[in-house]
Design a binder for this molecule. Structure first.
Ligand SMILES: C[S@@+](CC[C@H](N)C(=O)[O-])C[C@H]1O[C@@H](n2cnc3c(N)ncnc32)[C@H](O)[C@@H]1O
Length: 248
């Protein structure tokens, strides 16, 4: 097993692969005007599909759920078959920076906790051409909530590969990408714990039992556990914010 495979093994059995919760998905969806019955929705970086299922309950159109890790899509597909939603939900294994869809076709593009992979503005710019004119896009990403974050936290984010922006800076990126900002919403703290960090800590504990003698695996588990410690210690300084946007 490669370290990549080990990393995915931590996440494959979690209820979700990033911070979020059904209540937040529903709340943010309520900021949109009613979608048409046959609305076309694209869920980018869907993971094992928690928000895909929530979107399926909130809408009546079709959903294309995209991820580049097929095992996540397999679990979405298993749920789709179990619930008989084959006619409404399709999965697609593709990279978010090269989405193989015709331009101008989606009424709604939704992406929870995944745009950081491309970069906020880069993601908005890459996905905007896929939106219908007047269509909507919703993404969640990390943001600073307080000025003057502690040095330990800044250094940790630097090591993680990028320091968050403030919500104002992210709204500026929305404008730069040619989108209209409609609303923002901060993910409540429960969205970090209930379906993400609590099950992740349980999974880390299990995997320490099975892989505790492999230093490279232990290093991965330590890094993930440290992320949870950072959130516990510094959650007032940062969090996840949803951005609701319109094309034109
Ligand atoms: C933090 S998880 C969020 C998953 C899900 N939206 C959620 O909130 O539970 C990010 C997801 O993006 C996927 N991903 C990573 N790189 C990707 C890429 N280049 N293209 C498409 N998906 C990617 C990962 O496999 C993972 O499922």
């Amino acid at each position: 097993m490669t370290l990549d495979q080990f990393f995915y093994q931590v996440f494959e059995s979690l209820p979700r692969q990033g911070p979020g919760c059904e209540g937040a998905t529903r709340k943010v969806f309520s900021y949109l005007p009613p979608l048409s019955k046959d609305a076309k929705i694209l869920d980018v970086g869907c993971g094992s599909g928690t928000q895909t299922r929530d979107l399926a309950a909130l809408t009546s159109g079709t959903i294309t759920a995209v991820d580049n890790h097929q095992p996540f899509l397999d679990s979405v597909n298993a749920w789709v078959v179990k619930t008989g939603l084959e006619g409404r939900i399709q999965t697609h294994c593709a990279s978010m920076d090269a989405l193989p869809f015709k331009p101008g076709q989606f009424d709604l593009i939704w992406s929870e906790g995944a745009i950081f992979i491309m970069g906020f503005e880069e993601g908005l710019r890459a996905w905007k051409p896929l939106m219908k004119k007047g269509g909507y896009m919703v993404v969640s990403d990390a943001a600073w909530f307080e000025p003057n974050p502690p040095e330990e936290l800044v250094q940790w984010w630097e090591k993680e590969g990028g320091i968050p922006k403030t919500e104002d800076q992210l709204r500026e990126k929305v404008r730069n990408a040619g989108l209209r900002s409609i609303a923002t919403y901060r993910l409540p703290e429960a969205g970090w714990w209930d379906n993400y960090y609590v099950p992740m800590l349980a999974r880390i504990s299990d995997m320490r039992k099975t892989h505790g003698s492999d230093p490279a695996c232990v290093a991965i588990l330590d890094t993930l556990e440290h992320e949870v410690e950072m959130y516990q210690k510094y959650k007032r300084y940062y969090g996840y914010t949803f951005f609701v946007m319109q094309n034109g």
